[in-house]
Design a protein around this ligand. Structure first.
Ligand code: FAD
Length: 390
């Protein structure tokens, strides 16, 4: 019998050291398995962060449950996360009003820094001798039936062959592990790009380092077919995200058209962002696409499994992509416990019990875009009609 009461210590390769892969590596290390984490990029903890430009995310109960399991929830909630208790809606005349998330019991969501959270989880793995991390390793080939992986070491330009009892693909929306799964018979796959893209802007802190808007809110500027949102950062800046059809982004191609557009739709945001910064960031950036992926099954026999965005990338309007990925890790851990680490039982059961929920989250996320950008401003009878039409 191996340590931790395990019948056998498994050698597990986790591909992708983003939010979900690093958390999964931590869960598996806590169970006592030998974990090797392979990440394409360099260690995020050594990557300099540009002030006020970090993407932040809304952490909710699914994500918190997972962080609690690995002993990090208190740290995140007490030392880092910024509670957002309500949506603050900005009208075009600059006036605002609140819509609480939970007026009855005051539950809220938390704004957390993506890099901070990712770095914290990676750091926590340092406490486990049974985790090895390999940064600058890009998966280039996989034989999932055999548990065999080939990585390109982007430092040395050499290739690295790896064999594992279990491969976990947590390599994001464009997953190389999923690509290998697509060769399996009976693997269903669909993807959808929406016609809207997103561009990140920034509201800096005041000169004396304070927030320029009330901090404990998710701010929304709903404008019908498009919207802007802002989440607070720990340095008192705001990450502002404009979601809009690509054709509208394209039409704004000069300083004049940009300022006309913002003066018409988001006038109160111009002094907050600063005109110069707005022009530089908007015209210097380009909008990114938004993709939803549905596929199943998530496993190949007892050898490989995909989780997180690799299994179910969703559009971000429900704030549940990372949270659902973290929930994958929690559910998987429960199955490891229940089935005493028997992969032949765990992997098919995860696939079969998980896909309906992730498909539902995906549909809810698509719907919530309409809610956030438009219905949030309407009387409830119109909301009901729009939901019927959806
Ligand atoms: P990723 O974060 O994409 O990580 C995948 C990792 O795999 C990366 O580190 C990548 O470098 C690595 N990788 C990729 N290919 C390879 C390879 N071939 N070999 C080795 N490594 C590889 N979710 C929320 O819950 N709340 C929010 O508020 C929220 N807001 C969002 C806002 C926006 C604008 C967007 C775009 C998304 C948002 N999300 C949110 C979704 C969230 O970002 C994702 O669900 C989450 O990042 C998924 O984590 P992941 O680890 O599965 O994938």
């Amino acid at each position: 019998m191996a340590e931790n009461g395990l019948k056998k210590k498994l050698n597990i390769a986790v591909v992708g050291g983003g939010l979900v892969g690093s958390l999964e590596a931590l869960y598996l290390a806590k169970r006592g398995h030998n974990v090797s984490l392979y990440e394409y990029r360099e260690d995020i903890r050594n990557t300099p962060q540009v002030r006020g430009r970090s993407i932040n995310l809304a952490l909710s109960v699914r994500g918190r449950t997972a962080l609690k399991d690995v002993g990090l929830e208190d740290h995140i909630i007490q030392n880092h996360g910024i509670p957002m208790k309500a949506r603050m809606i900005h009208r075009t005349d600059g006036s605002t009003y609140e819509i609480p998330y939970d007026a009855r019991t005051n539950q809220c969501i938390y704004s957390v820094g993506r890099n901070y959270l990712n770095g914290l989880v990676l750091k926590e793995t340092e406490n486990y001798k049974n985790v090895e991390k390999h940064f600058n390793h890009k998966l280039i080939e996989a034989n999932l039936q055999k548990g065999a992986l080939t990585f390109l070491n982007t430092d040395t330009k050499g290739t690295v062959q790896v064999n594992a009892d279990l491969i976990i693909g947590a390599d994001g929306a464009f997953s190389a592990v999923r690509k290998a799964m697509m060769k399996q018979p009976l693997f269903d796959y669909s993807q959808k790009y929406i016609e809207h893209g997103y561009l990140e802007l920034c509201i800096p802190p005041t000169e004396d380092g304070q927030f320029q808007m009330p901090a404990n809110y998710l701010h929304i500027w709903p404008r019908g077919n498009f919207m802007m949102i802002a989440l607070p950062n720990q340095d008192c800046s705001w990450t502002v995200t404009l979601f809009m059809p690509f054709q509208n982004f394209k039409a704004i191609d000069s300083e004049e058209s940009l300022l006309d557009f913002f003066t018409k739709y988001f006038p109160d945001s111009i002094p907050l962002i600063g005109q110069k910064r707005l022009v530089e960031d908007f015209l210097g950036g380009s909008p990114s696409p938004l993709l939803a992926v549905k596929c199943r099954p998530y496993n190949v026999a007892d050898k490989a499994l995909i989780i997180g965005d690799a299994a179910h990338a969703v559009v971000p309007f429900y704030g549940q992509g990372m949270n659902a990925g973290f929930e994958d890790c929690t559910l998987l851990d429960r199955l490891f416990q229940y089935h005493h680490d028997d992969l032949a039982k765990i992997l098919p059961e995860f696939s079969e019990t998980r896909w309906r929920d992730t498909f539902a989250i995906s549909d809810l996320a698509m719907y919530n875009y309409i809610e956030m950008r438009d219905l949030v401003t309407r009387p409830s009878y119109l909301v009901r009609k729009a939901m019927d039409d959806f």
